[in-house]
Design a protein around this ligand. Structure first.
Ligand SMILES: Nc1ncnc2c1ncn2[C@@H]1O[C@H](COP(=O)(O)OP(=O)(O)O)[C@@H](O)[C@H]1O
Ligand SMILES: [Mg+2]
Length: 247
């Protein structure tokens, strides 16, 4: 709507002068949309309200589910009225695809269930309370957790997925093990398409960045992460065509 190129002149004038308000769907509307899409039979509450998406705890005939709903509008950087986020559906679709691919490949991610437009459902990690983020827990066996994370990153890569927003904020501790969430910007590396070199470069940069973020977290336990070394090792394994060795 707000970005429609063929707006009636009076509507365009009202948008320009901030005379019209585009608001995010309210809670009731979102709950109805979730139920109408058949994603859940009940919505029990909000687990997290983020910048780009909200996460709800829902249920499908009694079985718990996490429902991630991407926001449709975002405030523009220059201020002014919100702009419609055309990519909400694309982000949800990409996150769903990446979760499915990672989960099928055996990586520790919540199993995806369904996606409709800007909403997706997945396994709920938690019991009475949602599983805590790695950032918020005090680990009893930090070294074991770090090793599980590194092998998890390896399992993701083996499934053709590189998480590009990895940090202690996007890892949940559930049943004493780390699980990766928030794959909306993950890079698919099994099909490197027409420019494998570019894709691998992006994957390597993402890995170094994510491993450094984890390294920053593990410093509180006096543990070191060789971000560059780990990333190199993983990318070499992904580089089935040997493009990184070409001159
Ligand atoms: N499958 C899940 N089970 C339980 N809680 C979840 C699940 N997915 C997300 N959450 C909760 O929602 C929060 C935000 O999810 P995330 O995917 O990281 O979205 P954002 O884009 O807002 O960072 C997480 O920190 C976690 O607390
Ligand atoms: Mg997140």
């Amino acid at each position: 709507m707000p970005n429609h190129p063929y707006l009636d002149a009076s509507v365009a004038w009202r948008i320009k002068n901030d005379n019209i308000q585009f608001r995010e769907a309210d809670h009731r509307t979102t709950v109805m949309a979730i139920q109408e899409a058949g994603l859940a039979t009940e919505v029990r509450g909000v687990i997290s309200a983020g910048k780009e998406a909200d996460v709800y705890l829902g249920g499908y005939n009694g079985a718990p589910l996490a429902i991630k709903v991407y926001r449709l509008y975002r405030t523009s950087h220059r201020g002014g009225s919100p702009i419609k986020l055309e990519s909400a559906g694309r982000l949800a679709a990409h996150e769903f695809d990446m979760l499915l691919q990672a989960w099928k490949g055996g990586a520790p991610v919540p199993a995806p269930a369904r996606r409709v437009e800007n909403m997706l459902t997945m396994r709920y990690l938690g019991d009475e309370r949602p599983a805590p983020r790695l950032q918020d827990v005090r680990l009893e066996r930090p070294e074991r957790c770090l090793n599980e994370l590194l092998s998890g990153i390896g399992a993701l890569a083996g499934a053709g997925v590189v998480h590009s927003d990895l940090s202690a904020f996007n890892v949940l501790m559930y049943h004493d093990r780390p699980w990766f969430i928030d794959l909306s910007e993950a890079i698919r590396v099994d099909r490197t398409g027409y420019s494998p070199w570019q894709r691998l470069e992006a994957a390597e940069a993402a890995l170094v960045h994510g491993l450094r973020a984890l390294g920053a977290y593990f410093r509180r336990y006096d543990l070191e992460v060789d971000a560059q070394g780990e990333a190199d090792r993983l990318v070499r394994r992904l580089d089935r065509w040997g493009v990184l060795d070409m001159d």
